[in-house]
Ligand binder design. Structure first.
Ligand code: BTN
Length: 233
């Protein structure tokens, strides 16, 4: 997994509505793959239609990539979290936890999230990483600065993250899935699943299949698309 990382094109803008929309706007004028990062997003969005607070100090970045296989959406959802975890480990010397499906957490608080969208046969991989903010965007979130007491050069973080995302994109689904599962903090644990419909489900998470089914103790299986997040009980 080490070795040379591909140098990616990262366009830096000051303010956009959402970098996930901005990459689509620029499609055709920049060769694929490419990334856009913005200092501020006016309308950053998270999974399942939630707002993503995107003030100055965070890394808000999206990549526009070819979608080569139906499983690429899930691959990049999981691979995006692994890419963030690798960059954080390297740049900040801390080991974050990966929680289903792609939350990157430290000390029980959310450091980063990934939103993968698909448009016209292309994949948009959007990453929100809380980096230099002196205050957490939400009480349930944290930032690298709060954890380590340092601030970080955003260009370095962005280049590294883009390269790690491209590396994940170059791997087969099975390999990314195995890496992700090996990093998952909640496997075998008693967890609470927060569902998209607002309900919660508690129990032991026995396994997650390559078809993205969460197998709970007692024979219940839950499709990944119904699950907002998984937290340890
Ligand atoms: C989540 O955990 O719900 C996913 C959050 C994804 C946020 C990023 S920030 C860059 C990109 N642009 C957006 O509007 N969203 C993603």
């Amino acid at each position: 997994m080490e070795g040379e990382l591909e140098k990616a094109t990262v366009i830096h803008l000051r303010e956009v509505s959402s970098t996930n929309d901005e990459v689509l706007r620029l499609r055709g004028s920049v060769p694929l793959p490419f990334f856009v990062r913005a200092d501020v997003q006016r309308a950053g969005r998270g999974r399942m239609g939630r707002e993503w607070i995107s003030d100055l100090g965070g890394l808000w970045m999206s990549g526009l990539l070819e979608r080569r296989h139906p499983r690429d959406n899930y691959k990049m959802m999981l691979g995006g979290a692994l890419a963030v975890a690798r960059v954080v480990e390297r740049e900040a010397s801390i080991r974050p936890e990966v929680h289903f499906p792609n939350d990157v957490m430290v000390g029980g608080k959310k450091l980063a999230g990934i939103l993968v969208e698909e448009r016209d046969g292309l994949l948009i991989v959007g990453v929100g990483l809380n980096v230099n903010q002196a205050e957490p965007p939400l009480p349930t979130a944290t930032t690298l600065r709060l954890i380590t007491g340092r601030t970080y050069a955003m260009d370095v973080m962005a280049d590294r993250l883009a390269a790690e995302i491209l590396r994940m994109h170059s791997l087969p689904f099975g390999e990314v899935f195995a890496l992700w599962k090996g990093n998952l903090a909640t496997l075998g644990r008693y967890v609470v699943l927060s569902m998209a419909n607002g309900r919660t489900l508690r129990g032991r998470l026995l396994d997650i299949t390559e078809d993205m089914l969460l197998l709970m103790e007692g024979g219940v299986s839950v499709p990944a698309e119904h699950v907002l997040n998984v937290r340890r009980l």
